[in-house]
Design a protein around this ligand. Structure first.
Ligand code: PLP
Length: 391
């Protein structure tokens, strides 16, 4: 599918080879194992000499459709999948690192990722340096000291900081390091890290890719030999994506471009509205000109996404009044769904941290993370307006 555009890849990617019995949607193949009458053919497939399926911990036709869509959307040589986004992240790190390896990353990675960096990797004698997320000079300096893997995430959770993928990939490649980017917030519609120089891109497919908050998964795409190495670790580690969630995520991806285009437009409108509101003290959205890394965002993103955060003037009581007054919002963890989701990082993504630690990360206690859904934007703004009046 050379030169095929994203909207088409989302619908057709991986599909044509797997449609059986004239079915026009991918079947959910629940079969764990795949039978052969010809023992030589079975052996060839098992040895990877011939295309086919042996056992669903390794490969499965439904799961492969999803992987092919991601490979196409991210423009990678290969792709693989996992039971969750955290499985994608942990399997990638544990497959590519070994005792004595050094990782350079940022302080603002997703909570689970930062736990791997701070608690789990050091046990295996992997050295991790976490830099101030937007301090590109410090990141370049640490990378230049020598490292094996540079791990980036942009925009970040929950304060939507942006890091320059092209600049840091160039720095990493000078010292022979592999660059991995968590692209969950941006989605492949708005940002393609592989085209900016990254070696691997991964996603929590639970979020925008699935888009309906009804299935969990993780995906990885990029250079063939690296994806293969992580796949081989995953098939033994066993963090395999099942056929049913793979089907739901692949189905969600068919409308990904439509949803993201709408969420891009709505979120910018909402962020602009909030930015001008007298009861709002700060809005973090990369699409606003006032965002400190707006220029970097413009250079590497084609849209600024559905995620934002903002803080109210006032205390945590005001946050409670405001959030519980909203009508078209689920107060819940997670993000990237068709319905708008909101919550304070102090109860969701950063609940394990103390108030002082949150302050250190620049997360105000009155911060609200807002994941714009696909509802009518005027209704969403009216809803915010009536809730702000109550504060
Ligand atoms: C949710 C999320 C993850 C973890 O994904 P799960 O599917 O919940 O395991 C990783 N990175 C980012 C940026 C996320 O938002």
């Amino acid at each position: 599918m050379v030169n095929t555009k994203k909207g088409t890849i989302a619908v057709w990617g991986g599909e044509m080879d797997h449609v059986s019995g004239n079915a026009t949607t991918t079947p959910i193949v629940h079969s764990v194992t795949f039978g052969y009458n010809d023992l030589d053919e079975w052996h060839d497939v098992a040895m990877g000499k011939k295309q086919g399926y042996i056992y669903s911990r390794n490969t499965n036709p439904t799961v492969q459709v999803l992987e092919e869509k991601i490979r196409g959307l991210e423009g990678g040589e290969a792709a693989t999948s996992f039971a969750t986004g955290m499985a994608a992240i942990s399997n990638t790190l544990f497959a590519l690192l070994k005792p004595g390896s050094r990782v350079v990353s940022i302080k603002d990675t997703y909570g689970g990722t930062s736990k791997i960096f701070l608690d789990f990797l050091p046990v295996f004698n992997v050295n991790v340096t976490l830099c101030d997320t937007t301090d590109h000079e410090q990141l370049e300096k640490e990378i230049a000291k020598g490292c094996d893997l540079v791990y980036l995430e942009t925009p970040t959770n929950p304060t939507l900081k942006v890091v320059d993928i092209k600049r840091l990939s160039a720095a990493a490649h000078k010292v022979g390091a592999v660059v991995v980017v968590d692209n969950t917030f941006a989605t492949p519609i708005n940002q393609n890290p592989l085209q900016l120089g990254a070696d691997l891109v991964l996603h929590s497919a639970t979020k925008f890719l699935c888009g309906h908050s009804d299935a969990m998964g993780g995906v990885l795409a990029g250079r063939q030999e690296l994806v293969r190495k992580v796949f081989q670790f995953r098939e033994i580690n066993g963090a395999t994506l099942q056929a049913e969630p793979a089907y739901l995520i692949a189905r969600g991806i068919k409308t990904l471009e439509l949803r993201i285009e709408r969420q891009n437009v709505s979120a910018l409108q909402i962020a602009t509205y909030l930015h001008a509101h007298p009861k709002i003290s700060e809005v973090f959205y990369p699409g606003l000109k006032s965002h400190p890394q707006h220029e970097i965002a413009r250079s590497q993103m084609s849209g600024f996404g559905g995620m934002m955060s903002f803080s109210l003037k006032g205390n945590y009581e005001s946050v409670k009044t405001f959030l519980t007054s909203l009508k078209f919002v689920h107060l819940a963890a997670s993000l990237g769904s068709v319905s708008t989701l909101a919550g304070p990082p102090r109860t969701t993504s950063h609940v394990e941290l103390s108030e002082a630690q949150r302050k250190q990360l620049g997360i105000p206690e009155s911060l609200i993370r807002y994941s714009t859904g696909i509802e009518n934007v005027e209704d969403l703004i009216d809803d915010l307006e009536q809730a702000l009046k109550k504060v």
